[in-house]
Each structure stands twice: as C-alpha cells, then as structure tokens.
Design a protein around this ligand. Sequence first.
Ligand code: UDP
Length: 160
Amino acid sequence: FLPHLVASIEEVEETYVMVKPDGVQRGLVGDIISRFEKKGFLLKGLKLFQCPKELAEEHYKELKDKSFYPKLIKYITSGPVVCMAWEGIGVVASARKLIGATNPLQADPGTIRGDLAVQTGRNVVHGSDSPDNGHREIDLWFKQDELCEWVPAQEPWLKE
Ligand code: UDP
C-alpha cells in the first residue's frame, strides 16, 4: 500500500447536479453554479430545461413507492430546471457535501441547502448519490452533443 499514490489512482467521476424549479424561480441559479465553479470542478454540460413528466419519473424511479413521490414529480416539472454535468476526482461525494443534507433545516450552514432553503420539499438542488447514478443521470438528462470535453485555462493552478 503506497499512500502517496492514492491521489493519482483515484478515479475521475462525473455527477449530475440540477437546480430545481424553486431555485430557478428564486433567482439562485448563479449562486449555485458559482459554488461548484469556484470549488474547481469541471463543467461539462449546462442547460435550462423544462422537464417532461416521463423524465422526472425515470429520474426518481427509486422513490416510486414513497408517499411524497407524486408531489415530487409535480415539483420537478412545475417550471424550468438548470441541468449540469460536473467532472472531477471525488466530485460525487464532494458535490453532496456542497449541497448539504436532504432536509435543509438539518443541512450545515455553508452548504447550498443550509444557506438557501427551509423545507425538504423545496430544497433547491439535486446531486447524484453515487458514481453509477452520476453516469446514469447525465445520460438521462443530456444528449451526447450537449457535453463538452475541454481543459480549462486554470488547470495547472488547480492540480499539481
Ligand atoms: N423528498 C421529499 N420529501 C421527503 C424526502 C425527499 O419531498 O420526505 C424529495 C426532496 O426534493 C429530495 C428528493 O425527494 O431532494 C429526493 O430524495 P432523496 O432521499 O434522494 O434526497 P437527496 O438525494 O435529494 O438529498
């Protein structure tokens, strides 16, 4: 085991982050994008999008049997969302930390939900909960030609 090599063998991940309709309606899009951008993750896809019911149902299919599911589908389709694909080492867990706990009242100050929301049913942002779901959700929400492979100018100043 060579601890000094761990960073170099950690895998590059991708995660799907979405500003939900309440975040868009409340004018929080810039603030939310900015947090991921300033952290140093790589933006690979970005669009404003009115989510059809079928897509919302597919995205949240694991929650199909929950009592809040019908309200969740109504919420996610109630207005435009902002879809983002972010890439980076450890981006899935890190994005979840930046987003904060599902219930905004339990989310730490400094997180998006901790700073900007008060109710679970209006928690302004989504982030994939595993690398597999990151791939699955990016495939679901983006067409291949909506994603860019690029190297930002700041790259040498972010990574040694
Ligand atoms: N949700 C809700 N009521 C609940 C639990 C969840 O309305 O009691 C909504 C909320 O918008 C949440 C989404 O369902 O973000 C997905 O739930 P999950 O448990 O996957 O939370 P997340 O991964 O978004 O933190």
